[in-house]
Design a protein around this ligand. Structure first.
Ligand code: KG4
Length: 348
């Protein structure tokens, strides 16, 4: 038998009977979106139903965990049914059930996870837990069929900000992370103090387009390593807004985005050298920011690297990215037991 015959077969876990396509059922309920998706071979969306709770939480100015859990409970069965119908796939045709099991709000995570466990038991299909952050990375595999690790991922979401060396589909090394607020938290807080409401990121991004990014100088915190800090700049914006109520809000938002983008790009340049890769992949809700996207594209031209950024619809939470990450976990042999628990602070 030659080496070619020994090469890993991506479909090897299905046993004797070779199957052409692998179908995963992604289930996402880590925060305020109840989402279920049917994914073919990790890259193709057959359905991706997202039931958002944003209008419910809007009036509280942020996500209320208890309310999120209750709404997930009401939605999960309906959303699953819709995802299967839209994909024209039956339970029989699913190869693995792949729910998010962390990080996120524990009560919210438990709804999707418990539903997935019950389903796995009832239809006798493997359960494969997915790390939500891994899911954000995988959103890019759906957008770019040709994208393969290794690469550097700039993870910027509501709960996380990290520079991750993605060595393989299921192998990650965190090179740097925030020591305090996630970048999305800073966006949401800035939006709240300038009176834009929740969720703040898209609103700050929009208003910033009318402002001058060089109008206001804001502080940056530097570390020896590749860590980040966003609480200093967030506090500076809050204080400026309180002390000078008639400050131009568009200038404030534009200057805020410009400064946080500079922080991201400075660390990205260093991380590219450390990881010795020439591909950057953006991920997470904040990667929907038009300013951040355009600055990273300039970096592409500047230093001759390739920059990938997820389709706008896949930047924020969705189950398609979870079903994609679940596929890679599945074909790499990962399986979860029915005692899998939700882990609110799960790391990569
Ligand atoms: O990735 P995500 O949906 O949730 C987590 O997994 O944490 O990220 C949500 C974050 C929120 O802070 C939201 O304000 C921010 O992403 N966000 C944006 C934009 N769209 C969503 N931030 C900046 N510009 C946007 N267009």
């Amino acid at each position: 038998m030659g080496i070619k015959d020994l090469a890993p077969n991506p479909h090897r876990f299905l046993g004797e009977e070779m199957k052409k396509d692998i179908i995963t059922l992604g289930i996402e309920s880590s925060c305020d979106e109840t989402s279920v998706a049917v994914i073919k071979n990790g890259r193709e969306i057959l359905s991706n139903i997202i039931d958002t709770q944003i209008p419910i939480h809007e009036k509280y100015g942020g996500v209320v965990p208890e309310i999120a859990s209750r709404n997930h409970i009401e939605a999960i069965s309906r959303v699953t049914k819709k995802a299967l119908e839209e994909a024209k796939v039956t339970f029989d045709e699913i190869d693995a059930i792949t729910p998010t099991y962390g990080p996120g709000l524990v009560g919210a995570l438990l709804v999707g996870l418990s539903y997935a466990k019950a389903l796995s038991f009832a239809i006798d299909k493997p359960l494969v837990g997915v790390n939500h952050i891994q899911g954000h990375v995988a959103a890019n595999y759906i957008t770019y069929k040709e994208l393969k690790p290794p690469f550097l991922c700039v993870m910027m979401s509501g709960g996380n900000t990290q520079l991750v060396h993605v060595k393989d589909y299921t192998e990650f090394e965190v090179l740097g992370k925030t020591r305090d607020d996630a970048i999305g938290e800073a966006f949401d807080k800035v939006a709240r103090v300038v009176g834009l409401g929740y969720p703040g990121g898209p609103k700050v991004d929009k208003l910033a387009k009318e402002g001058n990014p060089n109008a206001i100088e804001l502080p940056k915190t530097h570390f020896e390593n590749l860590d980040f800090s966003f609480s200093g700049i967030k506090t500076a914006v809050i204080n400026l807004n309180h002390k000078t109520p008639d400050i131009n809000k568009a200038d404030l938002c534009a200057s805020f985005i410009k400064t946080v983008t500079e922080i991201l790009i400075e660390n990205t340049r260093k991380a590219l050298k450390q990881a010795n890769v020439d591909t950057v992949v953006l991920a997470g809700g904040v990667s929907a920011s038009s300013y951040i996207r355009s600055e990273f594209l300039k970096l592409e031209d500047d230093i001759g690297i390739k920059v990938y950024m997820p389709d706008l619809k896949l930047c924020t939470d969705n189950a398609a990215m979870i079903g994609s990450a679940g596929y890679y976990n599945f074909i790499n042999g990962f399986r979860s037991d029915l005692d899998l628990n939700a882990i609110p602070n799960l790391k990569l």
